[in-house]
Design a binder for this molecule. Structure first.
Ligand code: ZN
Ligand code: ZN
Length: 338
């Protein structure tokens, strides 16, 4: 089964955290966290439409400069989303450079920094190379509950976990979609047209069988129209494919509140990227550093009913022992799985 996007860690499990979600058919991508991104070639950075940052510790945000370096003069727009103080942090990053020539570049760059806070507040700031990246008020930005970004084919949800500071955990959710049977459309003697989208939306939205669909189409004989019900057209749909849900969870304390937050965000997630910073033997250290151990991560993943997990963000103290760390997470996750 093909998915809308392919998620892949930017670095190995000891490198800076980051998840690159590649929407191959659309030549665009999303990035979660912006630490060391040297492993991403310019062509991959240029594909980014949106970047979501969990929190602004250096290992999650120090790559901002490199991203800017690559997209400046080559890309028109990029949207960054983060937690409390994020718009200021982007502003400060931008104000660290001299911009006396940038307004003359052929391709102007617009950066939008969206910021959400744990109390539900949201704001956005805009920075344009045309005006030397001076901060302006950004376009209206109002998340719908925990939905921070919504498109017709996918959405990104985010909720705050506690990492000593507020830190966003993310869910990237493909929406359900339908596959059409082209031969059955042809057999109806009609051509594809906007009615197909109407039918898809009706089926995905659970509309009643009697719902009328105006079938308009155009061929070499001219324009045609007929009215059919959802029930009469349903057979042109080959299957309804449930959307895949991917979780990106990193930098959090092991607390009941955090576990409850993750349950609200990621219960039944298909693929979970989850930090596994320390080993269980060093759990006290993990607690001091506000991070999960591999075993805690695996246990959380099991509680969520995650169908697959990828442990990452291992502490450098285990360099050379990555398999051991991952094995601890996987063992805790698979404990009750048959
Ligand atoms: Zn951190
Ligand atoms: Zn970190």
């Amino acid at each position: 089964m093909t998915h809308l996007f392919e998620p892949r860690l930017v670095n190995d499990a000891f490198g800076d955290p980051g998840l690159y979600c590649d929407f191959r058919d659309e030549r665009r991508a999303l990035l979660f966290d912006l630490g060391d991104i040297a492993a991403l070639p310019p062509r991959k950075l240029l594909r980014l439409s949106h970047v979501f940052v969990t929190h602004a510790h250096m290992d999650h945000f120090a790559g901002f400069d490199q991203l800017l370096r690559v997209v400046l003069g080559r890309k028109e727009r990029i949207v960054l989303t983060g937690g409390p103080g994020f718009a200021d942090q982007v502003e400060h990053k931008l104000s660290a450079y001299s911009w006396n020539v940038v307004h003359r570049y052929d391709v102007a760059l617009d950066i939008e920094a969206r910021e959400v806070s744990p109390d539900g507040g949201a704001q956005s700031a805009a920075f344009s190379s045309r005006s030397r990246f001076e901060r302006r008020e950004g376009p209206a930005f109002a998340p719908n509950g925990d939905v921070l970004h919504d498109e017709s084919t996918f959405r990104v949800r985010g909720r705050f976990v506690d990492h000593g500071i507020p830190c966003l955990a993310y869910a990237i959710e493909e929406k359900a979609h339908v596959k059409m049977a082209r031969d059955r459309i042809d057999a109806l003697g009609v051509s594809p047209g906007p009615w197909l989208r109407e039918l898809k939306q009706a089926v995905l939205g659970g509309a009643p069988d009697s719902t009328p669909i105006e079938v308009h189409w155009r061929d070499r004989d001219g324009a045609h129209a007929m009215t059919r019900t959802v029930a009469q057209l349903r057979h042109v749909i080959l299957e309804v494919v449930a959307g895949r849900r991917v979780g990106y969870v990193t930098d959090l304390r092991h607390t009941p509140e955090n576990i409850a937050t993750l349950a609200a965000l990621l219960q039944g997630v298909d693929l979970l990227f989850i930090e596994s910073v320390f080993m269980d033997a060093d759990a006290a250290h993990g607690e001091r550093k506000s991070h999960l151990t591999a075993r805690q991560a695996g246990t959380i993943a099991r509680g969520l009913g995650a169908r697959a997990i990828v442990p990452f963000h291992h502490s450098p103290r285990y360099e050379g022992r990555g398999e051991e760390v991952a094995a601890e997470a996987l063992a805790a996750w698979s404990l009750t799985r048959s």
